[in-house]
Design a protein around this ligand. Structure first.
Ligand SMILES: Cc1cc2nc3c(=O)[nH]c(=O)nc-3n(C[C@H](O)[C@H](O)[C@H](O)COP(=O)(O)O)c2cc1C
Ligand code: SF4
Length: 568
């Protein structure tokens, strides 16, 4: 058996890239070329344009006009192409960087945990510090409110009591990497482990088993297990792989979707950090099953602090001879655009373009990255693949139901004493999860993130699986004092902010929805009309929007109306 690959600790050691705990570097084209070549031997290609910008951003703290022109010339693209990327991705900046860039998430959980008063106090105390305070939709730390990304590193547990200490660090200019350890997140311990997270994993065992099998036989095992994708839609994994493997093509690609951006979701963070090897091994198995020659991990920029760790683990798999010959994996980094989690937008982003979803069909399995057949799976799906092959499909099927077999890890946040990660069998009642996290007295629970379902106590026996409202995954618990209108308003604003603007129903519809929600609350005499308008608009958006974001963006407003109608 190969040497064990586990037991690694996350290291914040200074690396050449990314440079979060240093002062950003002054612009220097020679150094820029060195840094780019460190990441990619042939970086000056149009399809690597976005990665070039990301590398410059996290080295120099900005992509100045001079740097943009320099990169455009080297890649042989028009400067307008570079500008189009700069304006699309939230984390790419032309302006000079401050010494500290702080991003707080402004999703509902953070709002309810006192985000605004903390921001106000910070603004007054840091007035003279070289510090920029900003909010973004989600930084993947909702179980540890309040948290912030400080120069890319997550700093957790910020509250009114320790704010002075934080300000002292910022005012005195200590590099973030040298801050006291208690500011950084501990390892992602599961609150409730299960068969997928606590089995006796033997690195390489599942892969070696697959090396003796044909593609069809590997896909057959995944089909027997009944695995459904754990990134949201629950599409059967074996069917997706088969669709790609059947395509007559010499080149096929495999992508691990690590863009986890749904507010309230942070389980991929755990897999990427604590279960890195099963994820990589799952990718190796999938590559063998579909005949892929190149794989990518698309890592959201908010998880950039995991980049070095991922590279270390990949390097170890290469050293062991499993990676780097017929198949290799490259980590590419997003730049702060939620829509890039949608698989076809992600594919465009990987090709160096703006993350605008593609029309479907053709589906990625037919024409994906660089128009080649491509499989996109979620991080957790790959971890499940390794577990299924090592333990056997029957063991996977012992949990869950016929239509939703196995288990999944739920991200729990909000008003409960034990927020965190819970692996539970598919089909577990929501009530059971609330007992485990201490949220039994909840007034309502959002299941499945902002585009999911808002459930009330009379619905807590609803199960968490692919056939039930919200499907599970992100679970936000709200106590009885929380306002359903505030929840709907926050989610609607999220969709408006993250709409990529490509199609009118979503671009204009999300703005209109926000106005209608305000009218609903502030003008009781026009409430009935506002309700009718919201229902009509939501149907139009569901029918005519180009992708899933626009199709589901009106659900929070509809949830609010259903609740009011039921109680009026
Ligand atoms: C707006 C939008 C955002 C999405 N974000 C993610 C994401 O962050 N991670 C993810 O795995 N899937 C996300 N998805 C689903 C992906 O499009 C795709 O279905 C998934 O990555 C497939 O993996 P799976 O089959 O393993 O679930 C998103 C879909 C939409 C419409
Ligand atoms: S529905 Fe929204 S996010 Fe999707 S393509 Fe249209 S504008 Fe972009």
């Amino acid at each position: 058996m190969c040497r064990r690959l586990r037991g690694h600790r996350l290291s914040y050691a200074a690396t050449n890239w990314p440079r979060w705990d240093h002062h950003f570097l002054p612009w220097d084209p020679t150094l820029a070329e060195q840094l780019l070549r460190q990441r990619q031997p042939t970086p000056f290609r149009p399809d690597w344009l976005l990665q070039g910008l990301v590398t410059l951003q996290f080295s120099f703290g900005q992509v100045s006009a001079a740097a943009q022109l320099w990169l455009a010339n080297h890649c042989g693209v028009a400067i307008t192409d570079v500008r189009a990327l700069m304006s699309f991705y939230h984390f790419l900046r032309e302006s000079e960087p401050p010494r500290y860039q702080l991003y707080f998430a402004n999703n509902i959980v953070e709002q309810q945990n006192g985000l605004e008063p903390i921001l106000n106090r910070l603004r007054s105390k840091l007035a003279s510090a070289d510090c920029r305070l900003e909010t973004t939709s989600c930084i993947g730390q909702s179980d540890r409110p309040l948290s912030a990304l400080v120069n890319g590193l997550p700093v957790v547990g910020i509250n009114q009591d320790n704010l002075d200490e934080l300000c002292q660090l910022l005012n005195s200019g200590v590099p973030v990497g040298r801050w006291p350890e208690h500011w950084f997140p501990p390892a992602d311990d599961l609150r409730h482990a299960g068969p997928m997270t606590r089995y006796d994993y033997h690195p390489g065992m599942a892969l070696r088993h697959c090396q003796k099998l044909s593609s069809e036989a590997i896909i057959g095992l995944i089909s027997q297990a009944g695995l459904r994708g754990l990134g949201g839609a629950g599409f059967p994994t074996a069917l997706k792989w088969l669709g790609c493997q059947h395509q007559p093509a010499a080149t096929r690609y495999l992508i691990c979707n690590a863009d986890e951006g749904e507010p309230g979701t942070f389980k991929d963070r755990y897999y990427l950090r604590q279960q890195t090897d099963p994820v990589i091994e799952g990718m190796l198995i999938a590559a063998r099953a579909i005949g892929a020659s190149q794989g990518f991990i698309y890592l959201r920029a908010e998880y950039l602090y995991l980049y070095h760790h991922l590279q270390q683990r990949l390097e170890e798999w290469r050293r062991q001879g499993y990676l780097g010959r017929d198949f290799d994996i490259e980590v590419q980094v997003g730049a702060g655009a939620y829509i890039c989690g949608e698989e076809s937008a992600l594919i465009n982003s990987l090709a160096g373009q703006r993350g605008i979803p593609r029309p479907k069909p053709p589906f990625p399995g037919e024409r994906g990255l660089f128009d080649k057949p491509t499989v996109v799976n979620n991080v957790e799906t790959f971890a499940a693949v390794t577990c299924i092959i090592q333990q056997g499909p029957a063991a996977f099927r012992e949990q869950g139901s016929d239509t939703s077999p196995g288990t999944r890890v739920h991200s729990v946040s909000g008003d409960c004493p034990r927020p965190g990660l819970y692996e539970l069998a598919q089909g577990t009642p929501l009530r059971r999860l609330l007992q485990l996290c201490g949220g039994e007295q909840a007034g309502c629970v959002q299941v499945g993130g902002p585009s999911g379902a808002l459930l009330f106590p009379e619905q807590f026996d609803s199960t968490l699986d692919f056939d039930s409202p919200g499907r599970g995954g992100a679970i936000m618990v709200f106590d009885q004092t929380r306002s359903v209108a505030d929840i709907a308003g926050n989610f609607t604003r999220f969709f408006r902010y993250e709409s990529c603007g490509f199609c009118t129903p979503c671009r204009a519809g999300t703005v209109a929805l926000e106005h209608l929600l305000k009218r609903l609350q502030q003008q009781p005499e026009r409430r009935l009309q506002a309700m009718e308008d919201i229902m009509e608009l939501s149907e139009l958006m569901a029918e005519t929007s180009h992708c899933g974001l626009g199709k589901t963006a009106a659900l929070p407003a509809r949830n609010l109306i259903s609740r009011w109608v039921a109680h009026d």
